[in-house]
Design a protein around this ligand. Structure first.
Ligand code: ATP
Ligand code: MG
Length: 374
């Protein structure tokens, strides 16, 4: 078991940090707007560290897969170091209690493993199991204003969908908590969906302000400024035409059976125009279905639309159902095999927590040192 984050192979001039490794600080392309992040990662995977995660609020869905999970697996295969957080404290941002938390957490891990994340290479952990990570929230909260927290459009959207009569403080502060999730391991790449961009901005702001307020003795900052990595489907729509979400009753789970998938897609919202086209701005629901089939088949969405032509919504839905079931059949079978051994899933989380704790302890020690609290 390693207790330090391994050194990176950045092509940038080496800075002598005997105990601390900070890949993002001198990462190629850091803070360079417009830099092709994907290309940078492909050229030098060792200079990048990835953090992503999900709330254990239900099974992962197609939006997760094409929005972020597929990218995670790809980055892992390229050889980037990867941390995957099961964001269990964040479940209670928009609900009173975390319902069936252990079950959802284990199911999330099963989804990860079935999709191809390798627990020997990816550190998969629940953030409630890593105390030092959560402690970073305190100095981080001092770096953002209440007005900034109130302006976050994703938080506003989630409040609108939460159905709660009162909004709790955790809801407003969770983007800062997410900054702690990202920065505890000094991740510089975060493969996410579009809804996460405002939160990434918070993490970047926190990193920048922390580095300015508490400069490292060697003149650099403690934290890298993380970049979001978006996929070709940064916002897959659900069956009701809104963002596909675990908690909005509009999702097609990765683990859904072929029949359930067919039923859900049959009920998806479309429009009255028989001719199928790919036009995300004018026809969001139809286009999201076209895109889904295209992603499953690794084809261009325009081609899929053209093939269906005047077939109408029924033909589109048949195409999508077949494409989804074909693409995810093997993953569902793998998941079922893995699900037979819950002990293994729990062991993955224990191992991940041990690795994450070592990294978080080192980062917190560094934070305390630059803040002068030792
Ligand atoms: P919840 O409804 O509980 O918030 P969710 O479906 O929004 O669940 P999260 O756990 O909040 O899922 O998000 C996990 C990751 O998946 C984030 O990076 C998010 O951007 C991405 N993601 C979620 N939904 C979609 C979607 N519909 N399309 C693309 N990416 C998505
Ligand atoms: Mg969400």
């Amino acid at each position: 078991m390693t207790t330090t984050v391994p050194a990176t192979t950045s092509t940038h001039p080496a800075v002598d940090h005997p105990t601390v490794d900070r890949p993002g600080v001198d990462r190629p392309g850091a803070d360079r707007p417009g830099a092709d992040l994907d290309e940078l990662i492909r050229r030098d995977p060792g200079a990048h560290r990835v953090l992503t995660g999900d709330r254990p609020t239900g099974p992962l869905h197609l939006g997760h897969y094409f929005g972020t999970l597929q990218n995670r697996v790809r980055l892992q295969r390229l050889g980037t170091e990867m941390f995957v957080v099961v964001a269990d404290y964040q479940v209670i941002t928009d609900r009173d209690v975390a319902d069936r938390l252990a079950e959802h957490t284990e199911n999330l891990v099963l989804d990860y493993l079935a999709a191809g994340l390798d627990p020997d290479r990816a550190t998969i952990f629940a953030h409630s199991a890593v105390p030092a990570l959560n402690q970073l929230l305190l100095p981080f909260l001092s770096l953002v204003s209440v007005a900034e927290l109130g302006r976050n459009p994703t938080v506003k959207d989630e409040i609108a969908h939460s159905g709660q009569s009162a909004v709790n403080g955790l809801m407003f502060t969770y983007p800062v908590h997410q900054a702690a999730d990202i920065l505890f391991c000094k991740a510089n790449v975060v493969p996410v969906g579009q809804d996460q961009l405002p939160h990434l901005e918070v993490a970047r702001t926190v990193a920048r302000r922390f580095n300015e307020r508490y400069p490292h003795p060697d003149g650099t900052g403690v934290f890298p400024r993380p970049d979001a990595l978006l996929s070709a489907a940064p916002m897959l729509l659900g069956t009701d035409g809104g963002k596909m979400s675990k908690s909005r009753g509009n999702a097609v789970a990765l683990s859904a059976t072929a029949d359930a998938t067919a039923r859900l897609i049959r009920g998806a919202r479309t429009d009255t125009d028989r001719r199928i086209t790919y036009d995300p701005a004018a026809r969001p629901e139809v286009s999201s279905l076209v895109l889904l089939a295209a992603l499953c088949q690794d084809r261009a969405p325009e081609l899929v639309a053209e093939e269906i032509g005047d077939g109408g919504a029924a033909a589109l839905k048949r195409t999508v159902t077949e494409a989804v079931n074909e693409r995810f059949g093997p993953m569902r079978a793998r998941r079922e095999e893995l699900a037979a051994d819950r002990g293994y899933v729990r062991q993955v989380l224990r191992d991940g927590a041990e690795r994450a704790n070592a990294v978080a302890d080192a980062t917190l020690a560094e934070v305390r040192a630059v803040m002068g609290s030792v």
